[in-house]
Every structure is written in C-alpha cells, then in structure tokens.
Design a protein around this ligand. Structure first.
Ligand code: UT7
Length: 331
C-alpha cells in the first residue's frame, strides 16, 4: 500500500497590495521591503471573504486534477491560524461547502507556517492506518490580512492571503514507496511568545481593553524569529536527507517556507543548495503561512517543472515555535 499526491491546487485572491501602496499606509519604502524581505506584492481578500472560501477554491483545483468528487473524500485536514471561527473547525465549514459526506473526518491543524508539513504527515498516517479510507484533502489556508495591524510597519508589509491543497490517495495495490518518504518535525514552546496574537484565547479573552490595545493582531520579534527559523529549517532538512542517505545535489527542488528571501537564502546556503534548486515566489505573495509551501509546489507541478522520481525537500518554520522538513519522491 502506498500514498501519493494525486492532485494539487492553489488560490490567491485577485486584489493586490504593492509595496508602493504600503508606502501610503505606513512609514516604509519599497526599497526597505524589497531589500529586507524580497516581497514586492501580496494578495489580499475582500473583508467579507472567509478563509474557507480561499480553501474551497484551492481544494476544487486539487480535486479536479485528482479526478475525484467531494463524496469520495475520507479526510479533510485544514492547516490554518486564521480559521473562520474559533470553532467549528474550518475543515467542517469546508466539508459543507464542498458537499463532502458525513463519513469524512474533518479537523483543523494548528502549526502556523509549518501547518502543511505537519498536516501532510498526519493525513498520510491516517490514510494508512484507516482500512477503508482512500482519499485525504490536505489544505493550508490563511486570511492573514484579517489579523494584521495595518498601522504596524514591522509586520503589515510581510503577510498575504492564500490557500493551497493536496489530494492524497492510498493505493492498496502499489507496493512502492509513499510520495512522502519522511517528515522531520519539531517545536519549541519555550519561544512561543516571540510570535503570537495575544488576545482572544483563554489567557486574554476579548474585551474592550484588548481591542483598544490592538491585542488581536500579530505581534512578532522579527530578528529573533529570523535566527531561529534559519537554524531549525536547515537542521530539520539535513536530518530528513540523512534518513535516506541523500545529498543536497540529488534534490530537484528545495521548497522553503516563503517568509523572507533572506531567510530562504540563509537556509539554502547552509544546505549548499544551488539557486536552480530553490523555488522562490515570496516576491509575489509575501508570507501566506500554512499556504505558502503548497502554492510553490502547485506552481512547480502546473508549470511542468517536476517529473516522476524527482526528490523534493519542503521545509518550514512558524509560530509555536514549530518547524518541519518533508522529503518527497515525486510519483
Ligand atoms: O513565517 C514565520 C514567521 N515570520 C518570519 O519568518 C519573519 C522573520 N523575520 C524577518 O523576516 C525579519 O526580521 C523582518 C523582515 C521582520 C525584519 O527585518 P530585519 O532586518 O530583522 O529588521 P529589524 O526588525 O532589525 O529592523 C531594522 C530597522 C528598525 O529600525 P532601527 O531600529 O534600526 O532604526 C526597524 O524599526 O528597520 C525598521 N523597520 C522598518 N523600516 C521601514 C521595521 N520595519 C520596517 C518597515 N519599513 N516596514
């Protein structure tokens, strides 16, 4: 029995926010944003569009590529930090929008920017463990524009909205490997306070005061996150490669989480990856958290830039702090 990726899709809202637009909103410049982050534009949802709608568009594209209907889904996993509600889960909302059956297990997974790597690992294991399950929909979807303080220049220039989705299929007759060869995951809750939305949970429930203090928006110690991200992504990636005795030159693609071009460069230089191996689209989308890696993979697949047998390394880092690396062999 083997699990493979049968379909992939992504979606970003049409509306674009450029660095020049941001120059008019906060004390920043295109020069600063481009040189410090590599970001030029990001896509922003209309206020009334929820995360589940972004997820729905990406999911439909992935399911179309896989050639399956919603009734065939056994698992829906949505990785997000910007779900439609605290509860119900965005996966349940998505189930309803897709028209999936009540036999489908639905859950959200919260590992911030590492969400898709965590979720892909969990859903692959669930498919293998559950005898009658065949198809899993793994989504990373974020409407970060709704949790960004648009007066805080240190964060508002970084994030964008978007979604990506994978359809995983279990083939009982396939005696080969899964597409996902291995996942290395890690977390360090001791650093949790460096990147968070302070209010709205049980520690600091919503109140007039939390709203006045802007505590429902993302707060981040950027330079601290930067250093931790580089170290964790590089070491998780090396650990994933070591498990299969692979060297970096054997990889067709390295797909790092798209938070900052300087982080991507630092991780890839530690790994010894060449420019041709590293996929970068942070300039066009900014940081879309759980969606980012899947958007890259979708562009690679739809652009015909991958073939069976290619090794692909995904790596990410995010709030929690969480991190991960996943080694794939394309089928
Ligand atoms: O998805 C995972 C989570 N997020 C990340 O991975 C992001 C990790 N961190 C980063 O990408 C970078 O740390 C940032 C892009 C957030 C910041 O870049 P930096 O090179 O670490 O800059 P900094 O925070 O050290 O700030 C340098 C200066 C400061 O001014 P002073 O104190 O030197 O006068 C900031 O106030 O840049 C200033 N600054 C800005 N200036 C113009 C901060 N934001 C801006 C801005 N425009 N948007």
């Amino acid at each position: 029995m083997a699990v493979k990726i049968a379909g992939i899709g992504s979606y970003v809202p049409e509306k674009i926010l450029t660095n020049f637009d941001l120059e008019k909103m906060v004390d920043t410049s295109d020069e600063w944003i481009t040189s410090r982050t590599g970001i030029r534009v990001r896509h922003i949802s209309e206020p009334e569009v929820p995360t589940s709608d972004l997820a729905l568009n990406a999911a439909k594209r992935a399911m179309e590529m896989a050639g399956i209907t919603a009734e065939q889904l056994d698992i829906i996993s949505v990785a997000t930090i910007t779900g439609d509600y605290h509860f119900p889960s965005t996966a349940c909302v998505l189930q309803d929008k897709l028209g999936a059956t009540s036999n489908c297990a639905c859950y959200d997974l919260q590992a911030a920017c590492s969400g898709l790597i965590y979720s892909n690992d969990v859903a692959t294991a669930m498919l293998k463990h559950r005898k009658h399950a065949k198809y899993a929909l793994v989504v990373g979807a974020e409407k970060l524009s709704g949790v960004v303080d648009w007066t805080d220049r240190s964060t508002c220039v970084l994030f964008g909205d978007g979604a990506s989705a994978l359809v995983l299929v279990k083939d009982d007759d396939d005696q080969g490997d899964d597409t996902l060869l291995t996942t290395v995951l890690g977390a360090k809750g001791g650093n949790a306070q460096i990147l968070k939305i302070p209010a709205g949970g049980s520690v600091l429930p919503a109140s007039h005061e939390t709203i006045d203090n802007k505590q429902h928006f993302i707060q981040m110690g950027g330079p601290e996150v930067f250093k931790l991200a580089v170290t964790a992504m590089a070491s998780a990636s090396k650990a994933a490669l070591a498990e299969f005795n692979l060297t970096v030159d054997q990889l067709r693609w390295v797909i790092p989480h798209q938070a900052n071009k300087r982080i991507i460069d630092a991780v890839c230089s530690r790994l010894g990856a060449t420019e041709e191996q590293v996929y970068v689209n942070v300039d066009r989308y900014g940081n879309t958290s759980a969606a980012s890696i899947g958007i890259c993979l979708d562009e690679i697949v739809r652009g015909g830039m991958i073939k069976p047998g290619d090794y692909v390394l995904l790596t990410s880092f995010g709030a929690g702090m969480t991190w991960g690396a996943a080694l794939l062999r394309w089928k």
